[in-house]
Design a protein around this ligand. Structure first.
Ligand SMILES: Cc1ncc(COP(=O)(O)O)c(C=O)c1O
Length: 386
């Protein structure tokens, strides 16, 4: 029997999976668990998207599409950038992928040589660093805090750059902090990256979910960058597994080759379904949901500090609040475990997002109804008082 590769062994499971498994066990015993650990909308896929997917299946649209995606969908995505952001992007630069996950893998596979490093914020989305190490690249996790909205800025990037750095990976709004990067920081990072011939990858998966400003894209600032996006979050299509990648002109052909070899093409019914995602009747539904997310966020922004949590920066996007819990515990993982056991509220400890003061933070996902959130706050109050 052969052995498991070191590369595979280096991939760590998420701690929250253990909590999730325990939550399921407790539910099986009849306990009522409030889920605030889940990073996906609680809403179903909007009806017009469902209808388009069902129609495609009924019509027999179940065969492979070209590896880069259905031409009509690539055009619709290009049109979306034009209509919403007045950014002109050729459909040829757009690759339809199995979720943002597929897009991240393609972008990183296209640029990393073994031993080269990728700069990214800590805390950040955990899969990023696992993809980099799978490709034999090195992660340079940069500690970020409230002073930069938990985002990288040019000073931090410059400080950690060396001639082995191949890319900087940003996410705005970010998971787990829900904060966005300022236009100024983004512009300065892009300029610095150009000087150093380093790639810029911006994960815009939470682009449509912003509450205090209008959505934006880094494509309004530069062309020569990689953009990750997805139908998972704003469009409520997590299980369809569909997203996209925008690549610089020079990478079109290599990414086509990689897509053919890694996944052949994204799901065909999902691509047909996604064609309905930008339609006005769909957007109407999605904007109502965005308002509901905002209401939930605003409720938690008031309720959590009353329990003793500190929210160092107001999160302006995604559906997460990254709260400091050091007034309540010195171990957020144990706190999350006990909270689940004692009052049935599932939350994600900071450890899943990096090493930077992780024991002092909890991520609350407001992917459950306002009534559930209110019940969760009552239970948390009891838990803290006990
Ligand atoms: C920042 C970020 N990027 C990428 C993903 C992957 O999303 P998907 O593959 O469902 O599009 C997620 C999922 O939680 C995320 O939070």
């Amino acid at each position: 029997m052969t052995t498991i590769s070191k590369r595979a062994q280096a991939i760590q499971p998420f701690h929250v999976m253990k909590l999730l498994a325990r939550a399921k066990e407790l539910e099986a015993q009849g306990k009522c668990i409030i889920h605030m650990e889940v990073g996906e909308p609680d809403f179903n896929t909007p009806q017009p998207i469902l209808d388009a997917g069902i129609a495609a299946i009924k019509e027999g649209d179940v065969h492979y599409t070209p590896p880069m995606g259905l031409p009509a969908l690539r055009e619709a995505i290009a049109q979306f950038y034009q209509d919403k952001f007045q950014a002109s992007v050729s459909p040829e630069r757009i690759v339809v992928t199995p979720g943002a996950s597929g897009a991240l893998l393609l972008a990183l596979a296209a640029i990393i040589e073994p031993g080269q490093s990728v700069l990214m914020a800590d805390p950040g989305y955990p899969c990023n660093r696992n993809f980099v190490s799978l490709l034999e690249g090195k992660n340079r996790l940069i500690n970020v805090n409230a002073s930069t909205q938990f985002q990288l800025n040019k000073e931090l990037v410059e400080q950690h750059w060396n001639n082995q750095t191949t890319a900087v990976l940003l996410a705005s709004p970010s998971n787990p902090t829900g904060t966005t990067i300022s236009k100024q920081s983004l512009t300065e990072i892009i300029q610095f990256a150009e000087q150093k011939q380093m790639a810029v990858i911006v994960d815009e998966i939470y682009q449509g979910l912003v509450y205090d400003s209008l959505p934006s894209t880094a494509l309004s600032l530069a062309d020569n960058i990689f953009i990750i996006n997805s139908f998972s979050k704003y469009f409520s299509m997590t299980g369809w597994r569909i997203g996209w990648l925008v690549v610089p002109e020079a990478f079109i052909s290599v990414v086509d080759n990689l897509a053919q070899n890694i996944f052949l093409a994204a799901s065909t019914p999902a691509q047909h379904a996604a064609l309905a995602a930008f339609k006005p009747d769909t957007i109407l539904i999605l904007e109502q949901r965005r308002n509901e997310f905002k209401e939930r966020r605003d409720y938690l922004l008031e309720a959590l500090p009353e329990l003793g949590f500190t929210i160092p920066v107001k999160p302006d996007g995604a559906f997460y609040i990254y709260a400091n819990c050091e007034n309540l515990t010195d171990n957020s993982f144990e706190f999350a475990e006990q909270c689940l056991e004692q009052v049935g509220v599932a939350i994600t400890p900071g450890i899943d997002f990096g090493n930077n003061s992780a024991e002092k933070y909890i991520r609350f996902a407001y992917t459950t109804s306002l009534d559930n959130l209110k019940e969760a706050i009552t239970r948390l109050e009891q838990f803290i008082a006990a």
